[in-house]
Design a protein around this ligand. Structure first.
Ligand code: CMC
Length: 378
């Protein structure tokens, strides 16, 4: 058994120049840049360039990248129809999987160094069309294709809600896109890598990643964390809830704990800042923020000895809720950002480090048995 790393803990599957995590000190960097710095001074489009081309873009490079995104928002009518034909109460990430499966049938192409990055950029633009329309379909609205604007974040919000977002909302959406853009090789990225290792196409890699992302221990945690705040209902009920649910019933505190971070997740701190800022606009959101802060205090008080702290999903839901998204969309919003990390990692793997991923399982069943014919088995 000593050969097995349960949950592949501390197994290195590839090298990467994309994302650096120091879990002991709570440091996250993309391409050497601190996440705080990137959120403060760059846009999601600049981070796309950084992840796919290794550097932040010049003005001209950024212009070109934006033009490529703007040209790629359109998706085939059949894929839109497919999204709108699903029952309105379908799972949002499941609807994304359906759309991406269809896109893989239409756009799935062979890997090619000269087109991989263009394909990834198109895929990310199409993802925003898919996510906006998953929301619209579930809300019973008509299809909309995002229109070019100053930013990816703004075009996405406009397509989602058919209204012009405020500068503050665009900044918060952009920050969230950057914060969720990549996180090295969590379960979803690993699923994408396994898929890419068979040289399957880049859209299929995203389908595999989406399937892994939606579980509550991974991307689904933002929805679960927010549902806790809704269940608590009033700030003064927090302590009673925590005692009953987390201490007595030993339920996991969602939005807390991380395989790699043994201290505060740096993304949680930034999401908290935006959650505070945006939630000031509505009494309901302010209440959820207040509850979250109290849960955080109790969580840290009880779990810091085990090195369990708020992770990125703890406050992100309050940001999404304040932007107007229903809870069922939170994981899809995470997925939209992460299409960047998934595609950047599979490109890095296929181009520079490719080998079929084929682990082993240590056999522990009966060594050898003779088949007893059915008529003699009783
Ligand atoms: N609440 C209560 N106890 C916890 C929690 C938590 N959130 N997380 C870990 N523990 C305890 C766990 O009970 C165990 O205790 P003991 O050793 O006494 O049995 C110990 O910590 C180790 O747990 P583990 O499950 O082996 O640790 P892991 O490295 O697999 O945990 C995790 C990582 C994310 C699965 C876990 O922390 C968790 O379930 N968190 C809640 C779900 C969540 O917020 N997920 C989002 C993760 S970050 C974003 C993302 O990846 O999408």
């Amino acid at each position: 058994m000593s050969q097995i790393s349960r949950g592949l803990e501390n197994v290195f599957i590839k090298t990467t120049a994309l994302t650096y995590i120091d879990g002991e000190n709570g440091i996250l960097r993309y391409g050497g840049y601190d996440i705080e710095d990137l959120v403060e001074h760059t846009s999601f489009e600049e981070v796309i360039h950084l992840m796919l081309y290794g550097d932040l873009p010049t003005k001209l490079q950024l212009q070109r990248l934006k033009a490529s995104i703007d040209e790629a928002y359109e998706i085939p009518q059949q894929v839109l129809d497919m999204i709108y034909s699903l029952p309105r109460d379908s799972d949002a990430v499941g609807m994304m999987e359906t759309a991406f499966s269809a896109l893989s049938s239409i756009y799935g192409m062979l890997w090619n160094k000269s087109t991989n990055r263009d394909n990834a950029i198109k895929l990310i633009a199409r993802a925003s069309t898919v996510v906006a329309n998953v929301l619209r379909a579930k809300e019973g609205k008509k299809p909309v294709i995002p229109e070019p604007s100053e930013s990816f974040a703004k075009s996405f919000l406009r397509a989602s809600f058919s209204r012009t977002p405020t500068i503050e909302e665009v900044k918060a959406m952009d920050a969230s896109l950057i914060l969720y853009a990549d996180h090295e090789v969590p379960a979803s990225t690993t699923a994408a890598l396994v898929t890419s290792s068979t040289l399957s196409d880049i859209y299929s890699c995203v389908v595999a990643a989406l399937a892994a992302l939606k579980g509550p221990l991974h991307g689904g945690a933002a929805e679960e964390a927010f549902k806790q705040f809704v269940e608590i209902g009033e700030p003064e009920m927090t302590e009673t809830w925590f005692k009953k649910k987390v201490i007595e019933q030993k339920s996991r505190l969602m939005g807390f704990g991380h395989r790699v971070y043994k201290t505060y997740d740096p993304r949680a701190k930034i999401f908290k800042k935006y959650a505070k800022l945006l939630s000031e606009k509505s009494a309901e959101a302010r209440k959820f923020f207040e509850i979250a802060q109290k849960v955080e205090e109790l969580g840290v008080e009880n779990f810091s000895e085990k090195h369990i702290y708020p992770n990125t999903d703890f406050y992100s839901g309050i940001v999404f809720y304040s932007l107007g998204f229903p809870v069922y969309m939170f994981t899809s919003l995470f997925a939209l950002s992460r299409t960047l990390g998934w595609t950047a990692h599979v490109i890095e793997y296929v181009e520079d480090q490719h080998r079929l991923i084929r682990p082993r399982a240590l056999y522990v069943g009966p060594i050898k048995r003779e088949v007893v014919p059915m008529e003699l088995r009783g």
